[in-house]
Design a protein around this ligand. Sequence first.
Ligand code: 5GP
Ligand code: MG
Length: 188
Amino acid sequence: MPTPKGPPELKHLDHVLVSATAIKRRVAGLGTQINHDYTNKDLMVVAIVNGALIFAADLLRQLSSPLRLDCLRASSYHDGTKAVHEPRIVDQMKLDVRGQHVLLVDDILDTGKTLAAVAGLIKSKGALSVKTCVLLDKKARRAVPFEADYAGFEIPDEFVVGYGLDFNERYRNLPCIGVLKPKFYAGK
Ligand code: 5GP
Ligand code: MG
C-alpha cells in the first residue's frame, strides 16, 4: 500500500499560510533571541494551553536555561471562530510567580485581551518581570493596546488553524498554519 504523503488533514486547508519548515526556522530564531535576553536569569515559562501547547513544546527545546514551566488555561472561544465572551482564566497555575522572570507563551495575539489579562494577573501576583512570546500576530485585530516582546509571524486577519490552533477543537495537530476551506465552516 502506498504511504500517504503528510497528515491527511492538509486536504481541509484552503491554503497554507506558514509552512512547517518556516515555523521550525522561526522558532529557532526566537529561541536564540530569548536565550540572549535571559542570559544568567532564572526563567519561568507560562504557556497558555491548549493553543500554545505545540509552539511551547518546540520553543522550550531551543532554550538553554534550566527553566521552570507552568501552564494556565484561558478561554474565550466557544463558538467556532468567534470569541463569545471576555477571556476567563479557567485553570490556575501551580507555581508561585513571586520574584520570577516570567515569559508568557501563546499561540496567537489577536484582540490582545487574553495576553493583557494574563500579563496583568501575573504582574499583580508579584512577578519581577513579564514578557510575552507568540507565534502569530494579527496586528489588524487589536482591540486593546498590547504588543508581544517576541512574535514569530505577522499574519493577515484570517482565521487560522494548525500547530496548536483549533477550529472547534480540531486541526491542532497540523504541522503548518493554514486557512480552512470555507466548506468546513459551513453549518458549524
Ligand atoms: P485574543 O484574546 O488576543 O483576542 O485571542 C487570543 C486567543 O484567541 C488565542 O490564544 C487563540 O486561542 C484564539 N484565536 C485568535 N485568533 C485565532 C485564529 O485565527 N485561529 C484560532 N484557531 N484561534 C484564534
Ligand atoms: Mg489560546
